[in-house]
Design a protein around this ligand. Structure first.
Ligand code: AMP
Length: 416
């Protein structure tokens, strides 16, 4: 039996990759204007990094990580998300000693052993954005505005930024207790995971997708009513700044997110028609994480979005990938000429295809057609002798004679 790809991991073929390239190019362009630089960190990190940053009691760490002992016996994990590795790099490089904020983005694969379904894979790709060394509400507003600008420029019609504040270590314990008091009497109506979450991370019950849990959480107390003064004014400033900048946002008291280290501002970009997996991007503030991983007490905020999920929302590229010129050559001499002509044209950036073997003209034209080539140059022994070939316009159907020494110039890119 032939070998198949690992479950939940998929191949990305050129048509799809083109969409990703468009998304990545736009991201680089938008992020540039906000002063972000690109960073690459390793896919493998020490397991402990994720246990300490994401939190032992999260779904990701408990059941979704690809973890193994390498040949030296060290426990390594294929990164399930980018923030932890990025913060590790920030601390390790001591870049925190330079004046901040430090604005970074990372594009790459992430790995989670989840149950695969549409829009949910075991290897998926994220564009991840982080601002390190900053605690100001302006930082939150800037990053949300950047996400909004990016999604708008991408042309995703229906996108809403959902916004919540998770409070801070001063006010969240009070809220946690109020929530526990409320959910405690409804324990029996919660799913198995959520019954466990009551002990470990009760806020997660709020964003459980199970219907019974959503019903049980109806009327639960809101974090917004429990925010301390500092969190309240931080949140108010963020809303004022993004509102003034024209971001369409909705307050969502149920927005909790999976990772333990989020505090204060948390947000998600939601697109209308993706079913249960409707979040295209999510992020939030995680002051305290840098310190927890051995760095200074500096704040951080970030978001990430999945390329696969975004690409489900994007239309296919309109212009198909097609060669600009196909050279149909008959006979060895003509084939040799076409090889060196193609070398020159390709050097000019022109996509040229050659016929793979000495096939009949009919077969070559069929292939040119299949590839959707814009033009075909037909040459044989006679044409080589005369120094002239037949150039056929495949869309219009016209044909003209062209001196072979003028072919390169004909396809030269327009001078700037
Ligand atoms: P998270 O790190 O869970 O906040 O996810 C951030 C974004 O990554 C989500 O909004 C999705 O676009 C994407 N994402 C997360 N998990 C998966 C997955 N298993 N498969 C595909 N995309 C994912």
């Amino acid at each position: 039996m032939s070998i198949q790809a690992v479950r939940g991991m998929k191949d990305v073929w050129p048509e799809e990759a083109r969409k990703w390239q468009r998304v990545e190019a736009l991201a680089r362009q938008v992020f540039h204007a906000f002063g972000f630089g690109e960073i690459k960190t390793p896919v493998l990190e020490k397991t402990e990094l994720f246990a300490r940053s994401i939190g032992e009691a999260t779904d990701i760490v408990e059941k979704e990580m690809y973890t193994f002992a390498d040949r030296s016996g060290d426990s390594l994990t294929m990164r399930p998300e980018a923030t932890a590795g990025l913060v590790r790099a920030y601390i390790e490089s001591k870049n925190y000693a330079q004046p901040g904020p430090h604005k970074l983005f990372l594009i790459g694969p992430m790995f989670r052993h989840e149950r695969p379904q549409k829009g949910r894979l075991r290897q998926f790709h994220q564009i991840d954005v982080e601002v390190l060394g900053d605690e100001e509400p302006q930082g939150d507003a800037e990053i949300i505005l950047m996400l909004d600008q990016f999604l708008k420029k991408l042309g995703l019609g229906k996108v809403i930024i959902k916004l919540n504040s998770l409070g801070c270590p001063a006010c969240r314990p009070g809220y946690r207790q109020a929530l526990l008091d409320f959910l405690g009497s409804r324990r029996g109506r919660l799913c198995e995971d959520c019954r466990r979450r009551l002990d470990t991370n009760p806020l997660r019950v709020l964003d459980c997708k199970a219907e019974s849990c959503q019903e049980a959480a109806q009327g639960a107390p809101n974090m917004a009513d429990h925010l301390c003064e500092a969190c309240q004014s931080h949140f108010a400033k963020v809303r004022q700044l993004i509102g003034a900048a024209g971001v369409d946002y909705e307050l969502d008291p149920r927005l909790v997110r999976g990772l333990d280290y989020y505090i204060r501002t948390t947000f998600e970009a939601v697109a209308g028609d993706l079913g249960a997996q409707n979040a295209v991007a999510g992020g939030g503030r995680y002051d305290g994480l840098i310190e927890a991983l051995g760095g200074p007490a500096q704040g951080g905020i970030g978001f990430a979005f999945g390329l696969e999920r975004l690409s489900l929302l994007l239309p296919d590229e309109e212009t198909p990938l097609a060669p600009e010129l196909y050279i149909a050559a008959l006979g060895e001499e003509a084939r040799d000429w076409s090889f060196s002509a193609a070398a020159q044209l390709r050097g000019q950036g022109v996509w040229v295809e050659l016929s793979p073997q000495d096939k009949s003209l009919k077969a070559q034209l069929r292939r040119a057609n299949k590839l959707n080539a814009a033009q075909v140059l037909i040459i044989g022994p006679e044409e080589i002798k005369a120094g002239r070939g037949q150039l056929k316009d495949m869309a219009g159907g016209g044909q003209e004679e062209i001196p072979l020494d003028q072919v390169a110039a004909r396809f030269a890119p327009p001078s700037p």
